[in-house]
Design a binder for this molecule. Sequence first.
Ligand code: MOS
Length: 701
Amino acid sequence: MTGTGSTLGAPAERREGHQKVTGSARYAAEHPLPGRAHAWPVPATIARGRVTAVDTAAALDLPGVLTVLTHEDAPRIADPDDPTLAVLQDPRVPHRGWCVALVVARSPEEARAAAGAVRVEYAVEEHDVALRADHPDVYEPETANGGNPARREHGDPEGAFASAPVRVDAAYRVPPLHNHPMEPHTSTAHWQGDQERLVVHTSSQGTTTVRATLAALFGMPEDRITVTAGHVGGGFGSKGTPRPDVVLAVMAARRTGRPVTVALPRRHLPASVGHRAPTLHRIRLGAGTDGRLTGLTHDVVTHSSRIKEFVEQAAVPARVMYAVPHSRTLHRLVRLDVPTPSWMRAPGEAPGMYALESAMDELAGELGMDPIQLRLVNEPDREPDSGKPFSSRHLTECLRDGARRFGWTGRDPRPRSHAEGPLLVGTGVAAATYPVLVAPSTAEARALPDGTFVVRINATDIGTGARTVLTQVAADALGTPLDRVRTEVGDSDLPPAPLAGGSSGTASWGWSVHEACTRLAGALAARTGPLPDEGITVHADTTGQADADSPYARHAFGAHFAETSVDRVTGEVRVRRLLSVYAAGRILNARTARSQFIGGMTMGLGMALTESSTMDTAFGDFTESDLAAYHVPVHADVPRIEAHWIDEEDAHLNPMGSKGIGEIGIVGTAAAIGNAVHHATGIRFRDLPLTPDKVLAALAD
Ligand code: MOS
């Protein structure tokens, strides 16, 4: 510790906090370039078919309208790797909400008004948007998201289940969920010169990827494109890949010769920027009377769109969590006329651990065993699926420490054993896990003659505190106070870096920043005399280091504890307390880390109680299209939340010793809350969210 407040672990305040609270931080729509125009997409009003005619005459007559792009005349782009970006290229409508025209006008209001005046005719085909486990088109894909094999099997799971003395066989359902970041997806595009340079400001989790995508789509070298994302109002995965807004903005700017902003209205997000796919789970657990698991099957059925195979990898955490000799974890998929699902905070782990950790609670009930004890007796000494040793695994410590802090000991395990007037009160526990991911990155560190330093890296700070933590990593390696280091992020002209996703940002970027700064410190120590005016600069590239396969299974773990009350009269579930303990390697910034954990837990509370999107089978679209209908938890929903962590030393991670912390907070939280509701009421709900209508109906039975 240097005592400067800059060392790793210190609760350093956000570097950009002042800019954000004073409104001077610029977001993607806040680039008022001269002559800037605004565009508004026209979404398809059918779920399947094709556009037969677009009548733009009435729209073009309205004030302020500059042009309307349709599939007939929009600039052509190369076939994208991601089919969701192939907008306005052909008349096909793969799902409701697909962009079928784009109005460009002087103001957003004029663009919106004219979008309403565009007349689109369709050849309508019959659609199918209903996910069922017995859908005739269900198939088994090769892989699920993240490159995970769709199926893994060990031993004889059917036989083990059939012969187990204690069994749980249960089906769970997690509905479609939407990311709904505070800042909707937005891009401002600006062609310079004779359309030879392209500058784009976009709300994205990684602009190195956006630049590469635009270069491929518009057929130009990357060095003629700059993409910035200086400040981003959240993403939760939905901004992990480029979205139609950026392609549309570039097209509209090319057509009009003006800078153009496409700021997607909130109502367009559900159909156009991804969702967490609904998952239907069947879990079977077989155990001995001592609680040791003998067989486990976790079968998941989920959906994707017609245009892209995305498989929510919800059975993957069952490959990591518990010692069991006979297991099957399987994902199957049905392609429907639905919008394309994508990443949402802890894809796979969040819904998968809801199901698995609910089933473990059910098994504890069958056994008459404490649910913490059940988890302790099933601790594996190696990763069950791969057989690899864990680089570190402190789930046991998280459970024990959490139990102590929460006051678990002495709990009356009997369901419905505690009432306060009309309120039934209960407590629940669940485990959490999230993999340690990392990708190669480059970075640059410069020492200036005035004793200050500049670190440059195209990391993206999507509200997590990334630029602050990277500054800490740099200051620590340089042995200098935090305020001597300036960190530049969020611009594709900076040294290339991977996206803010998979909870891997700090590990990936931090590794290259650490490398550059360590070498710079060495270079400074080896020289005498003043620095040249331009300073000295060191580049680092962790290719071959940060992507190396590890002989270790690397995951973060955690334990959640919840206390809930259930109102017998109204069916309302309130979370009274939420407390979690994490083992996530070394915590690099106590303040921003706590914020990440608490944010994830709050999102898990939403998943448990309030958040859900409904696929309307008649219209073929999600019915919740704004924040009035899609209930993200508000302050009144969220109790005192405590996030704690244990000091975890792990030498097999990265130079900082950190594991990712952005996603684990949402993993298992809904199970802890559901388990508490079961303890309160004696009723097992297996279909999220636990809204008053469902709870009241079950209480009345
Ligand atoms: Mo996160 S869902 O990997 O951006």
